[in-house]
Design a protein around this ligand. Sequence first.
Ligand SMILES: Cc1ncc(COP(=O)(O)O)c(C=O)c1O
Length: 392
Amino acid sequence: MAGRSLLFIPGPTNVPDRILRAMHRPQEDHRSPDHPTLVRGIFEDLKPVFGTTVGRAFVFPSSGSGMWETALINTLAPGAKVLVVRKGQFSHLFADICTRLGYATEIIDVEWGAATPPDRIAAALEADRQHEIQAVCVVHNETATGVTSDIPAIRAAMDTARHPALLFVDGVSAIASLDFQLDAWGVDASITGSQKGFMMPAGLGILAMSPKALARVADSTQPRGYFDLRPMIAANDTGYFPYTPSIPLLHGLREALDMLREEGLPAVIARHARLAGGVRAAVGAWGLSLCAKDPARASNTVSAIMTPEGVNAADVIRVAYQRHQVSLGAGLARMAGKLFRIGHLGDLNEWMILGGLGAVELALRDVGVRVAPGSGVAAAQGFWEAHPRPAA
Ligand SMILES: Cc1ncc(COP(=O)(O)O)c(C=O)c1O
């Protein structure tokens, strides 16, 4: 088909030409004396993206999921008790990896589409009088349902319960797109992958840890192999890795960090909020509803949109892809067929979103949802007219 296909899945996101060019280079010597300049700069510049000055960042050849494992095995005792809030497919997978690694996993189940309830975390921690729970694991932005949880409120609940558990936050579809403050919010580990807010191909797992979590690394008795942070820390301290790093991906990350710094993190976060507002205006104009129960917690990086009764969301996704060259995210697990997702994170602007919304309208009409042509597009334009870009 002629023209560009548009990517509106919530990751991988569009890779800007600048990042593609930065990665397109001959292979370099990862033991050269120049290598530490690249590596040290990346670690330094990752810190503000995670909102930390006192913590430490790590980069592994991995996807985001590997960083769940890295955070857990480097800080918790074997078989430790962990508390996980499950409210969508990714928090389900977070709980699943805890179980598979042998942790005693207590799960707070929440309706899919709701946010993490701080009061239920407080209640579970207050009931844990022996302080057996070593970590509370939550997903900041549940990509499966398009719901963002309130991490400071979760930290406040943990503080109210006077519980010493570590707070682990999955920031895969949040970091570098939504506000995140590891230090100020009292988060002990936050994880992501390169293919979302960092606008890169998948391939790097990125993790930031607080001093409290880092202090556990040396003493953890959990058997560790590839994801052991001890050799990683020793090598990173000298500007190298304990294995062969993917240098093109590191150059891509370097470029991504430059792009984020040039736009400015507050502007990046505001852009995501503005673009999401336009998408939500379109959804409203179509007469459809979000999976997110509370509009105040609807995600600024992904909108999960329920299809009307009798309309299989998988058909919308198929037609959008096959006839209109637009990739949409699918409903996952129990949401399969019930919703489709528009990812609006990474390297995007208003006109790109308008193209996606126009294609979604065509696809919806193709499968029999009688949205008025242009209604969502016009609503998004109206939203952006009322919420213009800040002056350059
Ligand atoms: C919130 C969340 N957590 C974890 C993951 C898994 O990340 P990865 O596919 O990079 O392993 C994803 C993937 O989309 C996600 O959205």
